[in-house]
Ligand binder design. Structure first.
Ligand code: FDA
Length: 319
């Protein structure tokens, strides 16, 4: 029922401006949002990041926003990233080959969805952020959005990698094409974050069945772990985590040869446990006031998240 009815409904609502107006105006929502979002300002994101670094974790910080069709807003997003990179100065920088600090970018927030020249504008904006990140010793990873953007996104990533070979990107195991993309991106120096995928996608391009998505994740994991790049294993799923740990135990990957990634506010105990085993773990830290789409995707992922949200409206709930 959750997978077949609630999940598609929540993902559809995540793109509805009308539902957005209702949900974002509720005080109860804002309280729950803080479970998944570090705050609204660069300073709040930096405080959360400093705590994560203190606990032995790395961080990837994302200024929330997506599907921008307004050039001024896209420019504003670039300014927020530049301010963020300035705010991160002073936090521990690179200690070896792995950089503790990274920023994650959504190209649709940088102008990719603009009706004219969106691809070129997003590339120019991402290039500007990469230049500042390089100076600050911070990595950049480009997030994956819905499948209509995948070709443009991977094209932009390839162009960025000509000047910044450490730029990473995300591949979504639910897409039928992704095993092939993993092969293309498994060469030396490549950094790929493998996730299951968070958008509502049609059967022509994506596996619909949970078992098929999981099987694809395991095949993609095998390609990346067997390749020459640096895999970033983004999941909270015990089965996927155990599969990745298996490569470590069998000696097919060293502990410095990959990292785990999880979202801020999700499975915090497991994040700490993995760090305790000596593994690299990076927490994805979103911040900013445009949290609606991100928040709705988290509700769509797990019945417990939705139940917690709905319970907060019940009798006795504190607003
Ligand atoms: P999934 O949701 O399939 O759950 C599987 C199992 O994991 C559950 O049955 C449960 O056992 C366990 N589990 C999951 N959540 C739990 C919780 N809160 N508490 C306890 N157990 C839990 N997507 C995208 O499309 N583009 C992107 O760029 C990114 N980027 C990204 C970065 C990072 C760092 C992460 C971790 C994820 C993403 N994602 C993403 C989101 C991703 O595609 C996916 O939607 C979520 O990670 C959920 O899938 P999982 O693999 O975590 O497990």
């Amino acid at each position: 029922m959750f997978t077949t009815v609630m999940r598609p409904a929540l993902l559809a609502a995540s793109r509805s401006p009308r539902v957005e107006r209702t949900v974002t105006s509720m005080a109860t929502t804002r309280k729950m949002v803080r479970r998944f979002v570090a705050g609204e300002t660069e300073e709040q994101a930096a405080v959360v990041t400093a705590d994560l670094l203190d606990s032995g974790r790395y961080a990837s910080i994302d200024y929330l926003g997506e599907d921008t069709t307004d050039i001024e807003r896209a420019r504003g997003t670039v300014s927020h990233y530049l301010a963020l990179l300035g705010t991160l100065e002073g936090l521990p920088g690179s200690t070896g080959t792995v950089r503790p600090l990274e920023v994650s970018l959504k190209l649709s927030a940088l102008g990719q969805s603009l009706p004219r020249d969106g691809h070129a504008i997003a590339l120019e904006h991402a290039h500007k952020i990469c230049t500042a990140a390089a100076a600050a010793g911070v990595w950049v990873t480009v997030d994956a959005e819905n499948h209509t953007t995948t070709d443009s996104t991977l094209g932009i990533v390839r162009a960025l990698r000509e000047d910044f070979p450490w730029v990473g990107t995300v591949l979504q195991a639910y897409l039928l094409r992704t095993e092939g993309d993993c092969r293309d991106f498994s060469g030396p120096g490549s950094r790929i974050r493998l996730c299951k995928g968070a958008y509502r996608e049609p059967a022509e391009v994506a596996y619909q069945d949970r078992d098929a998505v999981d099987a694809s994740y395991l095949r993609c994991l095998d390609v990346l772990m067997g390749g020459l790049g640096y895999p970033m294993i983004a999941t909270h799923d015990p089965v996927m985590l155990e599969a990745a740990a298996g490569y470590l135990r069998s000696g097919r990957r060293g502990v410095d040869g990959f990292e785990f990634q999880m979202l801020y506010g999700i499975r915090d105990d497991e994040q700490r446990r993995l760090v305790g085993t000596g593994a690299h773990l990076r927490t994805y830290v979103p911040y900013g006031d445009q949290w609606y789409g991100y928040f709705m995707r988290r509700l769509a992922e797990r019945p417990a998240n939705l139940a917690f949200f709905l319970r907060s409206f019940g009798p006795g709930a504190r607003r």
